[in-house]
Design a protein around this ligand. Structure first.
Ligand SMILES: C[S@@+](CC[C@H](N)C(=O)[O-])C[C@H]1O[C@@H](n2cnc3c(N)ncnc32)[C@H](O)[C@@H]1O
Length: 366
């Protein structure tokens, strides 16, 4: 490939990264704050570092940081130093914008660095907000109305069922349902079934979604946390297919099922108990039935997810006796030991939940 097309391809790829209107607006805003800082000569690496850290569009951050090129630079420097001096020393300085020439920048930085740093941050934030909002708005207008996502409506309808749930339960789902792709993946991967059992169902988002979408004649959720089971039951009122049972997934009686779901359940248990849970789930499957197992795995970029789960367990939000993560290969091995055949759809992790896998494992037909 010739150099120019190659550069064009690279720029186009960079422009498409993290390119929702909101994220592009945020990227421009971050760039503006960087550009207003007194770290001349370092704006580019600083901007790129922040873009990587915050997963923002690198081009938009770099573009935003260009705010400090002439002819704006003297005015930004002047405003920043004056504002910083006013806050730190309680007075304005006898300096004008004309003093902020390129040649005098090293000297001015040496004398007024702290004022510049503080004032630059405040000036940067004040400019970042309108510039970021304007960027998001322009991008949105240029792209035209987004095509409606039917899945959004499904999630909104499910969420509305929790309006009488305790605020913590409702708030958790408001955040979790749109952010975690597993609900969509399970619903789309399952198709229509007669009976599905969801072990460790929590607030039962999956039984409710499956019943709401008419995908299951019976959707049974088993949960041992009494408060969650009560919220789930209330939310499922009127959905005849849903049945919430308060009990221990390791010992509760399981009906014969076309699918058994274990979504973020196994890792609370030592290996022997994980094996036993998988074995009893597999034993409940009809011929040709499937297990859906979503787990955070030990390898890959799962550190943040594991940290968040550690906190959730310590706070007793998720009730489980411990934490023991498998690797994907180990999990697959356990399922195959039970005579199941594994398939793995892509997209089981989200931006928030790195290191998750969703395995579908099918029992043999009779
Ligand atoms: C991380 S949450 C996942 C909830 C749900 N599967 C979802 O995806 O939204 C795990 C849930 O499993 C429940 N749980 C853990 N061990 C259990 C057990 N032995 N029997 C029933 N529920 C259990 C916890 O109380 C918690 O609500």
């Amino acid at each position: 490939m010739a150099t120019t097309p190659r550069i064009r391809a690279l720029l186009s790829r960079l422009w498409q990264e993290h390119a929702s209107p909101a994220r592009l607006g945020a990227a421009m805003g971050v760039g503006v704050v960087v550009g207003c800082s007194p770290f001349f000569g370092l704006h580019l690496p600083l901007g790129l570092g922040l873009a990587l850290l915050l997963r923002l569009n690198k081009l938009a951050v770099v573009l935003g940081s260009q705010i400090s090129i002439p002819p704006l630079a003297p005015f930004l420097g002047f405003a920043s130093v004056q504002l910083g001096a006013r806050i730190l020393e309680g007075r304005f300085l006898t300096l004008g914008a004309a003093d902020f020439t390129l040649a005098r920048i090293p000297e001015l930085l040496g004398t007024f660095f702290l004022s510049w740093l503080l004032g630059g941050l405040l000036v940067g934030l004040a400019l970042a907000l309108p510039i970021g909002l304007a960027t998001a708005l322009v991008v949105r207008l240029r792209r035209g109305p987004a095509s409606p996502d039917p899945w959004r409506a499904e999630l909104a309808a499910a969420l509305a069922r929790y309006r009488e749930a305790p605020r913590g339960h409702r708030g958790y789902l408001r955040f979790k349902l749109p952010m975690d792709p597993v609900y969509r993946l399970v619903c789309e991967g399952l198709g229509r079934v007669e009976t599905v059992v969801d072990l460790g169902t929590g607030l039962a988002p999956l039984p409710i979604l499956l019943a709401q979408r008419g995908q299951a004649r019976r959707a049974i959720g088993i949960e041992w946390d009494a408060a969650k089971a009560a919220s789930a039951r209330r939310a499922a009122a009127g959905l005849e297919a849903v049945e919430i049972r308060e009990g221990d997934a390791r010992s509760a009686e399981l009906p014969e099922a076309d699918a058994v779901l274990l979504i973020d359940l196994l890792h609370y248990y030592p290996l022997e108990e994980q094996r036993a849970l998988l074995a009893r789930a597999a034993a409940a499957l009809r011929p040709g039935g499937r297990l859906a197992v979503r787990e955070t795995v030990r390898e890959g970029r799962s550190g943040l997810t594991r940290l968040l789960e550690g906190i959730a367990v310590a706070l007793r939000w998720n009730k489980g006796p411990g934490l023991r993560y498998l690797t994907t290969a180990e999990l697959r091995g356990e399922l195959e030991q039970l005579g199941l055949r594994c398939e793995e759809p892509s997209g089981a992790s989200s931006s928030l939940h790195k290191g998750n896998v969703l395995l579908w494992a099918r029992a043999g037909s009779a």
